[in-house]
Design a protein around this ligand. Structure first.
Ligand SMILES: [Zn+2]
Length: 240
């Protein structure tokens, strides 16, 4: 049984490598999704910035057209002034012209504000585009690295599985089946040492009988608390 335990321990070391490679492999897809989601967010942020700039440009054009239409209006009033012979009507037109000119002045101020806003937005958008491009380049690089890593892990897992088949050869089938059932639940701490009467897996005190039995290694001893397989090695300080 000592030999079986030793073989199972070697298998467990190997299964730990498979377990780590699998964990690494399983983390790839979520990392890939996270990177894609970051790229999408960066894209949305840039689009929203560009839309802000576009809206400001539309607003500036609207103000320009409004000023133009009000200037035409003042010209029409001025023409009517020239044509009228009625003093009252002349004064009313003059008042309307002043009123429209005040409106034009306000619109001019708004246009200046709008143009300043556009300038700021243009500078911001350029900076956003630069940041976006840098993010996208970095994300592309990381996605490529992930693809390389995935391929490496695929190959590593294939090779580890082949080596595992070799390691399983000659192991008592019942012991192997027990170990594999345990591994499904406990992972790479299915066979643990018993040190100072304590199970190396659950760290609970085990019975003296379990310690003696693991030391004798005539049969596979299990921890009464967690069910892991126990082994004893001479370098451990067993207090019995
Ligand atoms: Zn235990």
């Amino acid at each position: 049984m000592r030999e079986t335990i030793q073989k199972l321990l070697a298998l467990q070391s190997h299964d730990r490598l498979i377990h780590e490679a699998n964990t690494d492999w399983e983390s790839i897809e979520p990392r890939r999704e996270a990177l894609k989601s970051n790229a999408l967010q960066a894209q949305k942020k840039l689009e929203s910035q560009k839309q802000g700039l576009k809206a400001a440009e539309v607003r500036r054009k609207e103000l320009e057209l409004e000023v133009e239409s009000k200037k035409n209006l003042t010209q029409r009033y001025a023409q009517q002034q020239l044509e009228t012979r009625n003093n009252e009507e002349y004064r009313a037109l003059a008042s309307q012209i002043r009123h429209v000119e005040e409106e034009i002045s306000k619109l001019d101020d708004q246009q200046i504000e709008c143009m300043e806003e556009i300038e700021t937005l243009k500078v911001e958008t350029e900076s956003f585009e630069k940041t976006f491009q840098e993010s996208i380049d970095s994300i592309k690089k990381q996605l490529e690295d992930l693809q390389v890593r995935e391929k490496e892990l695929d190959e590593r897992l294939d090779s580890l599985e082949d080596q595992r088949d070799e390691l399983c050869e000659g192991i008592d089938p019942d012991a192997l089946a027990r170990y594999e059932r345990l591994f499904d639940k406990k992972g790479p701490t299915s066979i643990v040492g018993v040190d100072r009467n304590v199970c190396g897996g659950c760290h609970m005190q085990v019975t003296t009988q379990a310690v003696v039995s693991s030391k004798a290694a005539n049969e596979i001893t299990t921890c009464p608390n967690c069910g892991r397989m126990l082994y004893y090695s001479p370098e451990m300080d067993v207090d019995i």
